[in-house]
Design a protein around this ligand. Structure first.
Ligand code: TMP
Ligand code: ASP
Length: 237
């Protein structure tokens, strides 16, 4: 087991610590919740524990499906070890059903199914509100190479297929989600977290929202929704 060392940085939802192994980081999931690039702030009781559990399950499952990622192991209720990557400053958004930003931007009613999967890239900057960019911007700003963007897109679409199927079996629709990638010794590696903070999950039958939209839109029962997702992931292992 590695030893926890100094804090590297504190993000909006997680604290990141160095360890005595230069390749391994120690992550602590917090109950803090933010939305709209940090403009809305709050606490979701128990979120750290729930997201640590949920993200661990998703990343282990993806690994079992041949999708390599940064997850190493869950070490406590709120902590996990991950591989240390140099984060690529691009957020990758995948959409199966129109919702949120896309529904608003294009004037499509939320819930409209999309004929094909949409992949969007955003420049990771709270200050600028994570503006949408395309592969030309990514190359021009030197955020990643063309080959890396191709690999990121390929992995992203695979994650979508595996996650969609896995969730459908648990009566959850995968509406959209966000992924982040890093470079581990120069190789593209899926990183960050996959949780109700970073995905839109709707109940397959009722379309009830089981994700952070309950917090963004002040709908209440936020913690219950996260707990329900964990329940569905663990009940049918
Ligand atoms: P959007 O509809 O607001 O663009 O969000 C699409 C999906 O990406 C949604 O599941 C939430 C997730 N997301 C994040 O996790 N972090 C972000 O900063 C943004 C903009 C979206
Ligand atoms: N960028 C947002 C935030 O500040 C993400 C969101 O709305 O989920 O947390």
């Amino acid at each position: 087991m590695v030893k926890k060392m100094d804090m590297l940085y504190e993000g909006k939802a997680k604290k990141v610590f160095l360890t005595d192994d230069p390749d391994i980081l120690w992550i602590e999931y917090k109950d803090d919740a933010t939305a709209f690039d940090g403009k809305k702030k709050g606490t979701i009781m128990g979120k750290g524990e729930l997201n640590n559990a949920i993200s661990s399950i998703f990343f282990s499952m993806l690994k079992d499906h041949g999708i390599e990622n940064h997850f190493v192991e869950k070490i406590s209720d709120t902590e996990q070890l991950v591989k240390r990557t140099d984060i690529i400053m691009v957020e990758v958004i995948v959409r199966n059903i129109a919702a949120g930003g896309m529904a608003k931007r294009l004037g499509i009613p939320e819930g409209t199914p999309l004929k094909s999967t949409v992949v969007e890239f955003c420049y990771k900057s709270d200050e600028l509100g994570d503006p949408m960019i395309n592969d030309y911007h990514i190359a021009a700003l030197d955020l990643a190479t063309k080959e890396q963007v191709a690999e990121i897109t390929d992995i992203t679409l695979k994650v979508n297929e595996v996650l969609k199927q896995y969730l459908a079996e648990r009566k959850v629709k995968l509406v959209d989600f966000k992924l982040e990638f890093g470079l581990f010794h120069g190789k593209v590696l899926l990183s960050d977290e996959i949780s109700p903070d970073t995905c839109r999950f709707w109940d397959s039958e009722t379309n009830e929202k089981l994700d952070k939209d309950r917090f963004r839109r002040d709908m209440g029962h936020v913690e219950d929704a996260y707990r329900e997702i964990l329940k569905r992931l663990t009940e049918k292992a």
